[in-house]
Design a binder for this molecule. Structure first.
Ligand code: 7RM
Length: 635
């Protein structure tokens, strides 16, 4: 087990030590794991290159640290508790011993399909145990997994399969989400038409609906598992060998393949899991995220299982069959730590406090949030009605690229303040810089959030595009990792995340690039160009507002065109990227160099007229038209 902090003075002391001697600090954390060969050097780094390497020459297998390391003590302990979408269906418990067997068997299956070290295996699955099993099986044989969220479209899936040059895809006949069934296999088939690198497709049976099968390419999971051998030797990996790729949105149209490596990610997710949630042996921990996002990777699968925890994996949604689904699950399993997103809390808040009021949830000790800033109203509702005023809330700030939690209270240890992520974890050195790159020291300052020293869990590159990695994270402020977030440090030295300052919006805790959505809208033959910005949305945090230039617009066709644009975006990216509002316009505010001045559009959708200097616009007259159209559309 990683070293555990248990008091505020302990945190302050550990923090100070971690800054004075970061390599000594992380070496001590890393020593709690099983290494086939120890590292010869803790860290090599240069943020200008950029290059970061942790635990150099160290050899290990991450699944050996999950299974072999824990099996003597925890063979019969539940590792995963799987709760289905429909509460009437039976749940499934996999002990450490049972999960170990499944992982080994599937690792052998993958080997029989020709998957070896360094090959990419993609998953396009619902929240079923096979997803966690497949990820760990891939890791056991030294291959690289890339999970694609089941809500993405065929196009989005194909783009990711091609970029990663995936050799095998694991999907399902379908998936359940509330009252809906998601036709995953059909969507996968469509994507596969454009993904020649994929040689084999493994299909998990979930909905038992009849699906098309391609002879020689498609194979049923259950058939393959029937005769698979029960032990697979873990492949010895270098600490810096890739563990997985996870695609995330950036400020240009193309998704970024964030790459995490083995040793550092292992050390970082386990350390942050244990300390932030203050997990105690025997607890039941429930993270309600989807494994298709980084939160599920780090805090359903890797962090908890590395620490020998019992992790609940939930297939469903919070509001079906009724908005008490989470509270049911918490009582059913006696959940001690619960982790979800502000958007889910706001959606449940809107259904009224009588839902959580019917559940005592006595087992709950810790509540967590992640994904976006939490507003004070949602924070208090969560605290009072879910935690019944007894449970500290950990507001955890981090990113796909950081691998794990960076700024957060330690549950029950760090005094909390609504809407504040509070203080950096040990080893993390946040720094606030102004737009000219000057570091802003002291209290009551606001600016761009950067990190000035590496940590083991950070992304090492973007798959196949190291130059873009440099551009995206290390170029705005040379020598610093730039997060893309705005932040304030208050009079107590506490951090409050203000949200993205680049062209990324955060819809229900999902990151979407505005350029991606614009590209999708622009594919419509009637559209000349478009600009997308985020606007304040009561449940989603940010909604998607699209200004769309249509040269030959006829008013009577407005609604029809709106509908067809929304459908187009769902088809090209996925339903999560559907615009909430579409305003047809004759032009967009442009600078002389032809750049869209998004600042102005952002002000308009925030009901502000404080545009600043607009004299550099080539078409300043468009602004009044945009405001008039905005008022007409939004009352
Ligand atoms: C874990 C995750 C990252 C972006 C990040 C922020 C925002 C995440 C918080 C938050 C305010 C938080 N990864 N964000 N956590 N904003 N408070 N506690 O969400 O890559 O999908 O998104 O999410 O803007 O840059 S992510």
């Amino acid at each position: 087990m990683v070293p555990k902090i248990s008091t505020l003075s302990g945190y302050l002391y550990e923090y100070q030590k971690s800054i004075a001697d970061p390599t000594g600090f992380w070496a001590r954390v890393a020593e709690s794991f099983y290494w086939r060969k120890p590292w010869t050097k803790v860290l090599d780094w240069d943020f200008h290159k950029p290059e970061v390497k942790w635990f150099i020459d160290g050899k290990l297998n991450i699944t050996e640290n999950i299974f072999e390391r824990h099996l003597f003590l925890r063979a019969k302990q539940p590792a995963l508790i799987w709760e289905p979408n429909n509460p009437k269906e039976p749940h499934r418990i996999l002990t450490y011993e049972e999960l170990y067997r499944e992982v080994n068997k599937f690792a052998n299956v993958l080997k029989s399909l020709g998957v070896g070290k360094g090959d990419r295996v993609a998953m396009y699955l619902p929240m079923v145990p096979q997803l966690a099993i497949a990820m760990l099986a891939v890791a056991r044989i030294g291959a690289i997994h890339s999970v694609v969220f089941g809500g993405f479209s065929a196009r989005a899936l194909a783009e990711r399969l091609q970029d990663a040059q995936a050799k095998v895809l694991i999907t399902a006949d379908g998936g359940y989400r509330g009252a809906k069934t998601i036709p995953l296999k059909q969507t996968a088939d469509e994507a596969l038409e454009q993904s020649p690198s994929v040689e084999k497709v493994v299909v998990v049976r979930r909905t038992a609906e009849k699906v098309p099968f391609v002879e020689g390419r498609d194979l049923w999971w259950d058939d393959l598992m029937k005769d698979a051998a029960e032990y697979c030797e873990p492949v010895e990996m270098d600490a810096e060998d890739p563990l997985f790729i996870l695609y995330t949105s950036g400020s240009t149209g193309k998704p970024k393949g964030v790459l995490h490596t083995t040793g550092g990610y292992m050390v970082y997710t386990a350390y942050t899991f244990r300390n932030v949630f203050q997990y105690r042996d025997g607890d039941v921990y429930f993270c309600a995220a989807d494994i298709g996002w980084i939160t599920g990777h780090s805090y359903i699968v890797y962090g908890p299982l590395l620490e020998g925890a019992t992790s609940v994996m939930f297939e469903g949604i919070p509001t079906w069959p009724a908005p008490d689904r989470y509270w049911q699950v918490i009582e059913k399993y006696g959940v001690n730590e619960f982790y979800t997103s502000p958007t889910a809390i706001r959606a449940l808040l809107a259904k009224g406090e009588s839902w959580p009021a019917s559940y005592e949830m006595k087992s709950l000790r810790v509540l967590g949030t992640v994904g976006e800033p939490i507003n004070e109203e949602a924070w208090h509702w969560y605290h009072d009605h879910v935690g019944k005023g007894r449970c500290p809330i950990v507001d955890t700030w981090w990113q796909t690229e950081t691998g794990g939690i960076m700024i957060s209270p330690l549950a029950g240890i760090t005094p909390t303040k609504p809407a504040y992520a509070t203080l950096p974890l040990p080893g993390i050195r946040p720094v606030i810089v102004d737009n000219d790159g000057n570091k802003l020291y002291g209290k009551n300052v606001e600016g761009n959030l950067c990190v000035e020293f590496p940590w083991p869990g950070m992304a090492r590159t973007l798959w196949g595009d190291h130059e873009r990695y440099k551009q995206a994270y290390f170029s705005a402020f040379p020598g610093l990792y730039f997060t893309g977030d705005g932040v304030k440090r208050d009079e107590d030295g506490y951090y409050r995340i203000l949200g993205r300052i680049d062209d990324v919006i955060n819809v229900s805790g999902h990151r979407l690039g505005t350029a991606e959505i614009e590209n999708a809208i622009n594919e419509h033959p009637l559209v000349a160009e478009s600009a997308v910005v985020g606007f304040p949305h009561p449940v989603k945090g940010q909604g998607i507002y699209a200004f769309v230039v249509v040269p030959d617009l006829r008013e009577e066709l407005d609604d029809e065109l709106r509908e067809s644009l929304v459908k187009g975006v769902a088809k090209i990216i996925g339903p999560i990227a559907k615009p909430d509002r579409i305003q047809f316009v004759n032009g967009l505010p442009k600078t002389r160099s032809g750049k869209i001045m998004r600042r102005i559009l952002r002000k308009i959708v925030h009901d502000s007229t404080d545009f600043g200097d607009i004299s550099t616009l080539t078409n300043p007259e468009i602004v009044d038209e945009l405001i008039a159209g905005y008022k007409a559309l939004n009352g």
